[in-house]
Design a protein around this ligand. Structure first.
Ligand code: PMP
Length: 303
């Protein structure tokens, strides 16, 4: 499995060579942003949408991006090309940069640090797509949007990690996080959908969730397939009484939930709407994307 690691102007192939400075505020304070992206058969899926989200996250934390969107895109393409691999998970990280101790971002005079990992994909085991996941509601509430907006995909993932720890302790595959008012937001690292009487439902943005790119693809696919779909407010009652449930994310794609809070979802097996959407999703992934294997090398962003 090929791997390429971009660290502030240089490409590496071995983990041991790819180091970040200890005084990077991304490490010291979680001051930075990231994207998780995938490629299928030598094409990067929805790269423009990921780059857009990254630049919006940067705007949200007033981080001046080094270079244009086109340059960032070219750098991701180049990093992927160097792996020689067709199917990659790509982690694009931009930190505030290195500086003295203290949270003040003005200390980071080095300018932002850009890091890219292009390598193998860590997936749910294949049987989870057939057998489905056990999911629980966790007690850790999703961050208030007026404290840390969910749309900023920041290096501060402790809110989600605390939710994940709870799910682990209850031997669940994933945890659903509610907002302060008790409305469903999302999983700890994925969005949630239910099917109720043939209609596809997912929490809308203003309940305080990251608007996932996979979530957007699923809503487009539903429209294409003539499956009625709606963004709305959902509570735990809606989840425990759903006919079907599934999670979406770049890594997970679409993964079914067969047990929620100890009760079977529908008949306890992945449902027909989920199966239709997963099939359409996999076709869509293979049919589009930014090609990289035949692309000629580009210069990197300045460190
Ligand atoms: N919510 C959270 C909190 C996430 O970390 C992710 C994964 N990036 C998602 C949702 C799913 O988003 P996407 O489909 O863009 O990967």
């Amino acid at each position: 499995m090929g791997m390429c690691l971009y660290v502030k102007g240089a490409f590496h192939t071995r983990r041991e060579e790819a180091m970040i400075p200890l005084h990077d505020h991304g490490l010291l304070y979680g001051d930075g942003i990231f994207e998780g992206i995938r490629s299928y058969r030598g094409r990067i899926f929805r790269l423009d949408e990921h780059i857009d989200r990254l630049y919006r996250s940067a705007q949200g934390i007033q981080l001046d991006m080094p270079g244009t969107r086109a340059e960032m895109k070219a750098l991701v393409v180049d990093t992927c090309r160097r792996t020689g691999d067709e199917n990659l998970y790509i982690r694009l990280v931009v930190t505030r940069g290195t500086g003295d101790m203290g949270i003040d971002p003005r200390k980071c005079r080095s300018g932002p640090g850009v890091y890219i990992i292009a390598g193998g994909i860590q997936l749910y085991p294949p049987e989870k797509y057939d057998k489905g996941l056990r999911v629980v509601t966790v007690s850790t509430r999703r961050n208030r949007v007026d404290a840390l907006p969910a749309q900023i995909k920041s290096l501060n993932y402790l809110n989600n990690i605390l939710g994940k720890i709870e799910a682990n302790q209850r031997a669940a595959d994933e945890g659903i996080m509610l907002n302060g008012e008790g409305y469903v937001t999302e999983g700890t690292a994925d969005n949630v959908f239910i099917v109720r009487r043939g209609e596809l439902l997912t929490p809308s943005e203003h309940y305080g969730l990251l608007v996932g790119i996979t979530r957007g693809v699923v809503l487009q696919l539903a429209a294409d397939l003539g499956i009625p779909a709606r963004e709305c407010g959902l509570i735990v009652h809606d989840l425990v009484t759903a006919d079907e449930m599934f999670l979406t994310g770049t890594g997970a794609e679409l993964v079914p939930v067969v047990e929620y809070d100890g009760r079977p979802v529908g008949d306890g097996r992945p449902g027909p709407v989920f199966r239709r959407l997963l099939h359409a999703f996999r076709e869509r992934c293979l049919g589009e994307g930014e090609p990289y294997l035949e692309v000629v090398a580009r210069t990197s962003l300045a460190p």
